[in-house]
Design a protein around this ligand. Structure first.
Ligand SMILES: O=C(O)[C@H]1O[C@H](OP(=O)(O)OP(=O)(O)OC[C@H]2O[C@@H](n3ccc(=O)[nH]c3=O)[C@H](O)[C@@H]2O)[C@H](O)[C@@H](O)[C@H]1O
Length: 439
């Protein structure tokens, strides 16, 4: 609200009819009274904005774009200054020979936390970036942040749509790689809040690539695509060569759009880009919006769980992939990423452009997932079998991983039983096994 009084003075009281001032005194009086009115109404307006935003709940997912976006921008914390820059540099500093300096976006997310910790363990420099939004319980994100902080990883609180912040980060530290994991995840939530997918997965990606293309040196970028891009493809197992032009959800469509956007930035600017199609990743510190996670919570609480089945009692199955296998895939992709070829925003030669499936190659029906959880939790689930709703879910996923295996030796080693055991152990230690967990 920056309306200057001189601006106000130039507006005739009756639009289109400029009135002569009657006297200098009256003029000054009018000036002060309109200034006072303006100040008063500005305060009222600002007050209303403050009341509106601070009264909205902070733990449930945002329902509409305007409040979601404004909440995000209100939350943007301050950054900059010598102490902040020192912290950024120290976190991103490489501590091993031939190590990488990686900017990890979505570092307080599930995959982001595990990848950041693994990179740090082997001596790479890691700087995290996360907007800590409230799509799911932000206290879980804060707990992951605390975990990373203990190993010397700083997570800058900010949004990938904040171009000034991203530019500053590249000014302060010449990242060799970006591991881009920040996204609006979840297949079904896209029907509730479609714009959040466009905001993070399309606008945010373009913003990040704009900054990367101008950075000198340009980093190599590895980013999270999704198994959901296969959509209605029925040829199994899914190979990277299969068609991906029939997405079944807006989430899938935004990830597919990301793959096309990656092609453009590779083609025009010489950015090295690798997309990873993750297949239903699960494990400790996971996402509470995912089925395995809230099934565990609700089984322990004695609440019934909806289990989807396809028409004619058809099985719904997923190629559930354990987080440690995904981390190995991410590191393999980073280690084999070639340098970007552009500089000063201009391409100097052809650059690497890749897409890999990272799955488990062994689909499991959702009903079997529930049986495993029942055994591990020693509680019988209240199953509520229902028809797969028309909300973007596909019936079946199954990864062919031979390309990732050939390029960087990707080989998943954790079956669902073993992985869920580790998840349940973490879950119980984090939330307890009581029936009154609230998250
Ligand atoms: O691979 C991906 O790219 C995506 O994986 C994940 O999506 P999905 O595979 O759909 O996982 P998830 O929701 O856990 O549902 C698992 C199964 O439970 C079934 N399901 C689900 C809910 C329910 O109430 N009942 C049910 O049977 C459901 O029909 C499904 O068969 C990520 O969330 C997504 O962000 C993206 O990364």
């Amino acid at each position: 609200m920056k309306l200057s009084s001189s601006h106000m003075d130039n507006i005739p009281s009756t639009p289109g009819k400029f009135k002569m001032d009657k006297s200098p005194y009256i003029h000054r009086f009018r000036h002060y009274s309109s200034l006072a009115k303006l100040t008063f109404w500005s305060f009222v307006f600002l007050g209303l904005i403050v009341v509106f935003f601070f009264k909205s709940p902070s733990t449930s997912p945002p329902n509409s774009m305007p409040s979601d976006l404004s909440r995000r921008s209100l939350k943007t914390s301050s950054w900059g200054g010598p102490a902040w820059e020192k912290r950024v540099r120290s976190s991103a500093r490489i501590r091993s020979q031939n190590g990488l300096s990686v900017l990890v976006t979505g570092a307080a997310g599930f995959v982001g936390t595990h990848v950041s910790a693994a990179l740090k363990r082997r001596g790479d420099g890691v700087l995290g970036l996360d907007n800590f939004n409230n799509y799911y319980d932000p206290t879980l994100k804060r707990a992951r942040q605390a975990l990373l902080e203990r190993s010397g990883i700083y997570i800058v609180e900010g949004d990938i749509n904040d171009i000034a912040l991203l530019q500053k980060l590249f000014e302060v530290n010449p990242f060799t790689h970006v591991m881009h994991l920040a996204a609006q995840a979840g297949v079904r939530y896209a029907m509730e809040n479609p714009n959040s997918y466009v905001h993070s997965n399309i606008a945010g990606l373009v913003n990040l690539l704009e900054v990367c293309k101008n950075a000198n040196p340009q980093p190599a970028i590895v980013w999270a695509s999704s198994s959901s891009v296969y959509g209605l493809n029925s040829k199994v197992p899914f190979s990277e060569k299969d068609r991906t032009d029939q997405p079944a959800s807006l989430y899938a469509a935004t990830k597919k759009a990301g793959e096309e956007i990656a092609h453009t930035y590779n083609h025009i600017y010489g950015l090295s880009l690798t997309g990873l199609r993750f297949f239903t990743v699960y494990g400790p510190w996971g996402r509470p919006d995912m089925a395995y996670f809230f099934f565990t919570r609700d089984i322990l609480k004695g609440k019934s769980i909806p289990i989807f089945e396809a028409s004619n009692h058809g099985t719904v199955a997923r190629d559930f992939t354990y987080i440690d296998d995904i981390v190995k895939g991410c590191l393999g992709a980073l280690d084999t990423a070639e340098k970007s070829t552009g500089s000063g925003g201009k391409k100097k030669g052809p650059a690497q452009l890749r897409v890999f499936n990272l799955g488990n190659t062994s689909p499991v029906p959702v009903s079997d997932l529930v049986s495993i959880l029942e055994k591990l939790l020693k509680v019988k689930a209240k199953r509520m079998v229902m028809k797969l709703p028309r909300n973007g879910d596909v019936q079946f996923t199954h990864a062919n991983i031979s390309f990732a295996e050939r390029e960087f030796g990707y080989k998943p080693t954790t079956d669902l039983q073993t992985g869920l055991k580790k998840f349940v152990r973490w879950y119980v230690s984090y939330y307890g096994s009581g029936k009154k967990n609230s998250h």
